[in-house]
Unconditional design. Structure first.
Length: 312
């Protein structure tokens, strides 16, 4: 376990009537990461999140969260974690502000109550609706209120189980913007979702589960590269192609150069520093580059490539 890991599991397992919902998972997530937790229904995502949140006892194995073992120090884990389940109840006759006051008192959080409530209402953009009954709020606003509830104690780690479920495109975009803001504040976020295309906009890491087992854990870039059988880059140029093919061919890390709309696509085996040197040599060689970016595929591509096929 590295010092920077806020989540660390070793051989983590949870059984229900001798059936393993989570089957021996070894996982490490660094503090400050925004990790997408993906997998088909029944993959074990919710069970894993509940064990990490110290809400469900592991059958066997180790789970450490913020330096605390979940089975031995659940109270310390609860202080470090904000958990938003897929389905959560709200007292609809209360206003949003009254709801947060209720949970603030129920959690026995320190004073001043009103100041902290105003802070989280501002953070989730609900101050203008704070005194409206919850029954009058849209689903997107209720979801943000649920997130506000998880933020009351200022947790280091957020575990969000399908937070975008049932939201319309506008509400999903608002949620994404909020998650980006929370990430910029240094929060570590693990978000379970089936909307893979939207996860790429704000996630740095991907964790893939299937039938209770870990299939892949790594950065978004690594998942993309695995999907494409290696890293692909795309160079877009303004004007004529000029010396592009010759300059690319001269770099030993470049292979499989092919014309692409607006420029060239190629496989690249070097690191980020090598890619920067290649771009500099292209520009110095007279290439008018308009963009130079990773073209290795999407999280969805990686998911389809890495996940076991049905019946495998």
């Amino acid at each position: 376990m590295a010092v920077s890991d806020i989540i660390f599991t070793k051989g983590l397992r949870r059984e229900y009537a001798s059936t393993a919902a989570v089957d021996g998972i070894d996982l490490a997530i660094e503090e400050g990461s925004v990790a997408a937790l993906v997998g088909p229904n029944g993959a074990g995502k919710t069970t894993l999140l509940k064990m990490i949140a110290a809400l469900l006892e592991p059958t066997s194995g180790l789970a450490m969260v913020a330096g605390h073992e979940v089975s031995e120090n659940a109270r310390a884990v609860h202080a470090a974690v904000g958990y938003l389940p897929d389905f959560f109840g709200l007292y609809e006759e209360l206003t949003a502000r009254q709801c947060l006051r209720y949970f603030h008192l129920a959690y026995r959080l320190p004073e001043p109550v009103d100041r902290r409530i105003e802070e989280v209402l501002e953070l989730v953009a609900l101050r203008d609706a704070a005194d409206r009954p919850i029954e009058s709020l849209s689903r997107g606003m209720r979801q943000r209120l649920g997130l506000a509830r998880t933020l009351l104690h200022d947790p280091r780690l957020l575990l969000l189980d399908e937070p975008a479920s049932g939201l319309d495109p506008g509400a999903r975009r608002e949620l994404q913007d909020l998650l980006r803001r929370l990430a910029s504040m240094g929060k570590t976020i693990v978000v379970s979702s089936h909307i893979l295309t939207e996860l790429e906009d704000y996630c740095s890491h991907v964790v893939m589960l299937d039938r209770g087992r870990l299939v892949f854990s790594g950065t978004v870039a690594e998942a993309r590269r695995r999907a494409g059988g290696g890293r692909r880059l795309r160079l877009r140029v303004a004007g004529a192609a000029g010396p592009v093919p010759a300059l690319l061919a001269a770099d030993p890390a470049v292979s499989e150069v092919a014309a692409a709309p607006g420029g060239w696509a190629f496989r690249f085996s070097g690191d980020e520093e090598s890619a920067a040197r290649l771009l500099r040599s292209l520009v110095e060689g007279g290439v008018r580059a308009s963009s130079f970016a990773d073209d290795s595929g999407s999280i969805a591509d990686g998911y389809l490539k890495l996940m076991p096929k049905e019946g495998a």
